[in-house]
Design a protein around this ligand. Structure first.
Ligand SMILES: *Cc1c(COP(=O)(O)O)cnc(C)c1O
Length: 405
């Protein structure tokens, strides 16, 4: 049986919504993008939501708004997809990498130790869809001693008066970060990714959730950021296309990172059924948990803790005592059965570019440990129970074979 790793969810309603956009006469940023923003806002409870063309550009837009400069530092986990740190580098600042915990997420104590007067932001990442400890991270940046260390370098930084918390919620749309509270509303800024492999997708896309404290007004900030995402043009193309509305101005140096309606349509049709899609992800997660919790060699990924609950984006299985070589061999054997698996993630300090910048994996022992024995199994709503059983069998067989070699 051939089981792909993470195919996008495209049913008739997704196709109908895209066709509707194509036939409407308006295909770039307009009513569908606005409707998607409203759906995401309603789902996660953020004060304002702006859709852009990727997580990466959303993070860059927020760093530009924050007035980040060379010499500034942003704390990120070593264990994440590279975009988390690349967005920081692209904006001229330095990603300060810290180690992760046993649950794959950034260690709050490690964040505390990494804070310097140059720290302008911290990017916790909800790995696999399991939320970070936002309460502890927000408390940390509000501590009087930590605030006293903060050196604002822009008006926005001065108004905030402390380190910005921007959560990389690329994986965690629909997850709970506290009892009954969805991710996206408990950090200053949260950015979801709507990339093709994510739980809800627009092929390429991202959603910026705004929850900044006073004196910021999140509705005003939405308008400002929307303009920034359109090259700082005072009128978007949709408004300008109306008869007589031709005149516009450019009021600054923005970015061109808006989402097109033809993309938004895909996500719009998906998010309308997301509660059901999410419920099936949870079922698949539990089928894996049931099977692997009975194996003394397996470490099942976190699902629920202290009111937090995963969006089940990735099923990150770990094999006790395995090193990279045996993990790689196990992947080879599983793949031979037609089951596509993956590794999340190769820690950034192991990748050439980050090595060339001086990062060393030896400084992140837990990230390395998590990585070296990890295998991500297929998890998505289209999987049948039969396919899940097939994955489980392939993984168990592969383990036995590796052990017998
Ligand atoms: C997918 C992903 C991103 C990047 O998302 P894009 O929309 O492709 O820019 C960032 N962080 C994490 C953890 C991701 O998995």
């Amino acid at each position: 049986m051939n089981i792909p790793f993470s195919p996008p969810y495209v049913d008739d309603s997704v196709i109908a919504e895209v066709v509707d956009t194509l036939r409407s006469g308006w295909i770039t940023t307009g009513p569908k993008t606005k409707a998607l923003e409203e759906e995401i806002k309603a789902l996660c409870g953020a004060e304002a939501v702006l859709c852009v063309n990727s997580w990466t550009s959303g993070a860059m837009l927020m760093l530009q708004w924050l007035g980040i400069k060379e010499g500034d530092e942003v704390i990120v986990p070593a264990y994440t997809y590279s975009a988390t740190a690349l967005a920081v580098l692209r904006m001229g600042a330095k990603p300060v990498m810290v180690d992760t915990g046993e649950d794959f997420n950034i260690s709050v104590e490690a964040v505390r130790r990494a804070i310097t007067p140059r720290t302008k932001a911290v990017f916790p990442v909800d790995i696999a869809g399991f939320p970070c400890d936002y309460g502890a991270i927000m408390d940390l940046v509000r501590e009087p001693g930590i605030k006293a260390m903060f050196r604002p370098g822009s008006l926005v930084q001065q108004q905030l008066g402390r380190i910005l918390v921007l959560s990389d919620a690329a994986h965690s749309l629909g997850a709970y970060c506290a009892e009954g509270v969805r991710t996206g509303c408990r950090t200053d800024v949260a950015v979801f990714s709507l990339h093709a492999v994510k739980n809800v997708t627009t092929a390429e896309g991202g959603a910026i959730c705004l929850n900044l404290p006073a004196p910021f007004d999140n509705a005003d900030l939405y308008q400002e950021l929307r303009m920034r995402s359109l090259n700082c043009q005072t009128k978007d193309a949709f408004t300008k296309s109306k008869a007589g509305a031709w005149r516009y101005d450019i009021v600054g140096l923005g970015m061109k990172v808006n989402m097109a309606d033809v993309n938004a349509a895909i996500g719009l049709a998906q998010i309308r059924q997301y509660e059901d899609l999410l419920a099936r992800r949870v079922e698949v997660f539990h089928l894996y948990n049931e099977a692997f919790s009975a194996c003394d060699w397996a470490i099942c990924p976190p699902f629920e803790k202290d009111g937090k609950r995963s969006s089940c984006h990735i099923y990150a299985l770990r094999v006790k005592g395995f090193d990279e070589a045996r993990r790689d061999r196990m992947i080879e054997l599983v793949s031979k059965k037609g089951v596509a698996v993956n590794v999340h993630f190769i820690p950034m300090p192991m990748l050439s570019f980050f090595k060339s910048l001086g990062y060393r994996i030896e400084d992140y022992p837990q990230a390395y440990k998590n990585y070296s024995c990890e295998i991500s199994l297929p998890i998505y709503p289209q999987l049948s129970d039969e396919q899940v059983a097939c994955v489980i069998e392939a993984v168990k067989d592969a383990y036995r074979e590796v052990m017998g070699e």
